[in-house]
Design a protein around this ligand. Sequence first.
Ligand SMILES: NC(=O)C1=CN([C@@H]2O[C@H](COP(=O)(O)OP(=O)(O)OC[C@H]3O[C@@H](n4cnc5c(N)ncnc54)[C@H](OP(=O)(O)O)[C@@H]3O)[C@@H](O)[C@H]2O)C=CC1
Ligand SMILES: CC(=O)C(=O)O
Ligand SMILES: [Mg+2]
Length: 757
Amino acid sequence: MSESNVKFTRNEALEFHSRGRPGKIEIIASKPMATQRDLSLAYSPGVAVPVEEIAADPGKAYELTAKGNLVAVISNGTAILGLGNLGALASKPVMEGKAVLFKRFADVDSIDLEVDTEDAQKFIDAVALLGPSFGGINLEDIAAPECFIIEQALKERMNIPVFHDDQHGTAIITAAGLINACHLTGRDFKDIKVVVNGAGAAAIACTELIKAMGVLHQHVIMCDRSGPLYPGRDNMDQFKSAHAVPTDARSLAEALVGADVFLGLSAAGALKPEMVKDMAPSPIIFAMANPDPEITPPEAKAARPDAIVATGRSDYPNQVNNVLGFPFIFRGALDVRAVRINEEMKIAAANALAELAREAVPEEVAAAYGGLSHHFGPDYIIPAPFDPRLIEIIPAAVAQAAMDTGVAQMPIRDMRIYRQQLKARLNPTASVLSLAYEGARSNPKRVLFAEGEEENVLRAAIAFKEGGYGTPVLVGRDNVHRLLADMGVDDPESYEVLNSRNSPLVGRAVDYLYTKHQRNGMLRRAAERMVNQDRNAFAAAMLALGEADAMITGTTRPFSQSLSQVRFIIDEPGSSVPFGVSIVAARSKTVLIADTSVTERPTAEQLATMAIRTAAFARRMGQEPRVAFVSYTTFGNPPGRHIEELRDAVKILDTLQTDFEYEGEMGPDVALNNEMQRRYYPFSRLTGDANILIMPGLQSANISSKLLKAIGGESLIGPFLMGMALPVQIAPMTATASDLVTLAVLAGGGADAIGQA
Ligand SMILES: NC(=O)C1=CN([C@@H]2O[C@H](COP(=O)(O)OP(=O)(O)OC[C@H]3O[C@@H](n4cnc5c(N)ncnc54)[C@H](OP(=O)(O)O)[C@@H]3O)[C@@H](O)[C@H]2O)C=CC1
Ligand SMILES: CC(=O)C(=O)O
Ligand SMILES: [Mg+2]
């Protein structure tokens, strides 16, 4: 891997893929399978009914099976990224990766299929016969020229969209980036001189699309390993010859003299700085080979500071990568049941992407990517993959183009409603975490890991540092560097360790603590002992003294104990009482629950404050907050105790100018079901299902969130603390290293990104 701001070792990549269930994909049932009746319906005899229906009317497969939302990612491994022909089996990690990106970005269900043949005809037959299973076919990493033959044959034989991602996905994103790079440099497609390096699947498709969009055939010189393609050259197949143009250039270097644009779809390191120097003013350089580009942005910029540079990677500005395309293009195509993905749909996607980059970036995305530019300009010519607007904009543009060109079998009636439905498909939890992680990377902070001798904590600190999320400061004894070395860290000394026995900062920590508590009966000796012996105290004092930006602890003692130790050090008179928020991400909805960790029985004022802060957080996550104060009673029925605080909290909010909906008290069944509210409680002010549940007490909040995780299998994030006097997160004692990294991210730079600080 080349030098960039996301670092990981080979071992980490292997560990990521092997931990838990090997690989990146699993299949879960979308229907209950609990009772005999469920089985009778799902399988024999009930399953016979849909079988007969589909036999009589094949279109019913879209209503009665997963077909309509299922895309196969299919490869034979002949061009795995830029790694070459490594075979079908070796391509599986990439194909699993594409399948999960389909799900993550566009809620398309996807399965990888690796077909073990380089014989185009066998491959075609194998895939064509699988047509009934899927709503679409995404061909991936199949080398040219076979990929052209395979795609064409499958398009003819299958009645579902067949899309070779490396060709058309790449072409769409490249075209979008090029539109914007030309816009910025005052160029017109019809005038630009382009050199394309690579003459394979991606290169030929990109060239064809930009020519269809106005770039002149004679202005494009395409090169393969043997240099420029020109009429009469040896060693050209029909696909290459179609792009041969008369030229005197006999090398990539010669072709690039005076060129406006370099499109690299070839191999790592193919473009040399001296070649870039000969390009036209403000050259446009898209070095898109993966995983390592034809030239790195620092090298390109060093040679030509006036260049606009893009790569296929996420760790440099301007990621021109088909991940921005295939999930959203298939989403749109599947939603209108398009019979194919045509040129108009591709051009609509390219234009929509280009336009999106020119619009103001939403606050949450800008904050998350704070270190990278997010104003339309040379370092931001294309949206970032985590931009939550993509799911709304790109599929809608694709679906509209499909309808306009008559390939949509099931047109969308109301585009406005469709766009809302698209937005709701994104898992807000995944979004908020990606934003927090991106935010930490672009705004890395110094985070104290108070329990720096624990293996789990060290693993988390290593991942935190290697991930570029900030600088871990480990609180521990002299053995910390040795422990790091034992864990295989090459440069343990590069980790900062604070030892409360010999750190020069101890004196300041003692002064701080003694000054703070001397009038509350604390002796200097007691302050010294506390700083020396209690890591939470020492770390929290370091935080209070500004030696770090944030702190994480919690794995070695009970939550309440860690919390009171930290608060003893950092709270000031009048500091608010913090509270814990847990995010429960279910398949159909995501709900925030508070207070899951601090106050056993919050007052009405505390409940109202929790509602306000959690609502602001939800909004930052992209959700319109709807708060329900939850109880075992709904509007007084049945009558009982402990509802006064909830009612008073509602009254407090009534007196404030809040900008979110709230209501209570009500049971969770009513809170999460607006239909029921409208039917039985028409006076309720919530206009949709609640997504924030403020609970009457710690016990109900904590128990219900854990129950959901343990029995319901929902994913539970947190609890994380809001409202601490300084940025501190306290992990549960059961936290894994990866939980700790998330909490460290949420304590540090990630907190700003998601408005949780
Ligand atoms: N950023 C993105 O979204 C995407 C990037 N890519 C990248 O594009 C590259 C090509 O992929 P793909 O088209 O699928 O693969 P193919 O196997 O179909 O094509 C590879 C092409 O690259 C050419 N090539 C390889 N090395 C060099 C070199 N040093 N100089 C000039 N040409 C060279 C080959 O030349 P020859 O014909 O002479 O063998 C061939 O024409 C890969 O690095 C891949 O990662 C691909 C898809 C998407
Ligand atoms: C991104 C991609 O599909 C490739 O490099 O092959
Ligand atoms: Mg690919």
